[in-house]
Design a protein around this ligand. Sequence first.
Ligand code: GNR
Ligand code: NI
Length: 170
Amino acid sequence: MAILRILEVPHPMLKRRAAPVERVDEEIRRLVRDMFETMYEAPGIGLAAPQVGVGRRLCVIDVSEEKNAPLCLVNPRITWRSENLASAEEGCLSLPDQYAEVTRPDAVEVVYLDEQGEERKLRADGLLARCIQHEIDHLDGILFIDHISALKRNMILRKLAKARRLKASA
Ligand code: GNR
Ligand code: NI
């Protein structure tokens, strides 16, 4: 197993659309294991392959308190979104220590392949639905700051730049 390096804004990989996984083979399963290890260590509740420099459509998620509910989504697509929206604070491992309120559908249905390459369907709401949407956004080169006003986005980008300056001079 290995801890992978997490790319941060403004890395160009985070703006690209990832390509479908063609076959869920041992190489993909090894990547998934490393992504789980990296996500738990970070710690985070989700991690998408582009965040570790891999332009493939897969992500890992675990929103449980006990960290015992790993979920791996390969080639996920949202097949239904609730009309009902919910607003909540989001963060992202690619924008460390930055948070903003994001409004999204409160519930979604997602079709995906699991680690065995079997097609599955999942209906989720609450934090899990939010995390699934956040991760699928990463596969499309979209970050949570793309869902907020330009004013708030620029504020976050400036705060991030300042935090890095302070860290570099420490
Ligand atoms: O750890 C994470 N927390 C989080 C909180 C609210 C909504 C989404 C997330 S995902 C984030 C980890 C991450 O950056 N995944 O891409
Ligand atoms: Ni993220």
